[in-house]
Design a protein around this ligand. Sequence first.
Ligand code: NAP
Length: 525
Amino acid sequence: MVCCMCSRSVQILSRQLKVSQLRVFHIIAMDTVPPAASGVRSASSFLFDKAFVDGQWVGAKSGSVYQITNPSTGKVIGSVPDMNGDDTQQAIEKANLAFLKWRDTTAKERSLILRKWFDLTIQNKLELAKLLTAENGKPLKEAIGEIGYASGFIEWYAEEARRVYGDVIPSTAASKRMLVLKQPIGVAGMITPWNFPSAMITRKACAAIAAGCAVVLKPAEDTPFSALAMCQLAKEAGLPDGVLNVVTSSRDNAPAVGNLLCTSPVIKKISFTGSTVTGKILLQQSASTVKKVSLELGGNAPFIVFNSADIEAAVQGTMVSKFRCSGQTCVCANRILVQEGVYDQYVARLAEVMNQELKVGDGFDDSTTQGPLINSKAVDKVESIVEDAKRLGARLGCGGKRSDKGVNFFEPTLLSNVTLEMRCAQEEIFGPVAAVIKFKTEEEAVAIANSSSSGLAGYFYSQNLSQIWRVAEKLEVGLCGVNDGLISAIEAPFGGVKESGLGREGSKYGIDDYLEIKYVCLGGI
Ligand code: NAP
């Protein structure tokens, strides 16, 4: 499955220029929205043009940098170092030195630092959100929501740090005591995507840091600034140098950075969020050192509406599940399956609500609900998926083409009469396209839902209690929304089955991925 075919929205600029020569930033849009209160820092004060290694702001050894553009306006926001394997190696060594001290801190010490980091993030929520909107394009309201979600993981792991319990096992011999210790796994390598530039950082890094691990993290090429801003706040909160390191790299250098993280014997754990294609590469590379690997990969969520459903609730659930981040989330409704008895009613109402509620525009415009896609290649992909559906007989309810708002915008689109051979019914669309398929029976809907190699989120709407139990149990997914389209929560385990990934993040389970279990047998008693 091809999960995301985004292209470079950044251009690799004059690689030989010194970083200092490029320290010219135009955050016009970000700073035209006034700060939340006097004394609060501006969004551009969180814009760092260096990577963060061993508590220091550093450039690439080569001096190379690359530019990041606002996907809405195409304007350059700034530049960051284009780091390679050499730079990553240095970050790994620094992280390892930091780990040797950090693992010996008490859970309470780690908890207090994370708590302070959380407080600082909340204090600067709006400014961090503006930075996020500038580099990702999502509407400011959604960006504020993401910063709330991201900081929630910092708070959660501040609390979970103190709840890592071992065990005492009833011994089989009177002279022995059998104990289980949980210890930090070591330095963790992390690679994150552009669609949640803050939350994907904290969901991983804070679990690791709470457990006593150190981190080397590579954010997506398109959205490094949110990750770097988080480093600044972590430093202010008192996180020791080297515990959190962020290595920035262009898409050209990403494979080298990723390969080093996966093959380095110093790195003991890889955590990745992104496409299934990339996840498989990293899993293979990690085999060489038998690393523990967590993968949060692509989805292809079924969204089933049964005859018994509350149609108004199902339409509202579709809106929130399908159109958040302009359809660019891994848990977006992808294959909307509607039973024949309510099909026409659902399609008509969805078209009405889409026309009423969705407004395409710049993320800093208050009325915008649909920002740009991340880059022009993403728009090309969505356009070709819609063209394929139209060619094979899908009916267009609204949208269907590029928006006149700018090169990276696509109109919210409704396709009905969708059939299973169409690309929109097979691939992760990753754009604002609702593709509605008609089905007859529950068995047919479940079979279609489970026919995908992905198994991240799945949703269904029904008011029949027996059906709710049956379908919830049968859907092959890691996350299941019943009469609800927005189900992610800090307290709940997030992760997929089948080719959607390995492991769980968030919740009481998330920290386990950064812990080793050690059995200690105490003899001679
Ligand atoms: P992607 O192309 O796989 O990129 C994700 C990250 O991997 C980026 O940092 C990227 O760097 C890096 N990368 C790409 N190729 C690499 C390689 N060969 N070696 C090492 N690193 C490499 O995915 P994306 O387009 O950013 O994100 C969209 C996908 O992520 C969708 O499929 C979505 O469903 C999935 N996703 C899943 C979850 C989840 O929790 N399950 C959450 C969010 C997104 P560059 O940016 O430099 O290319």
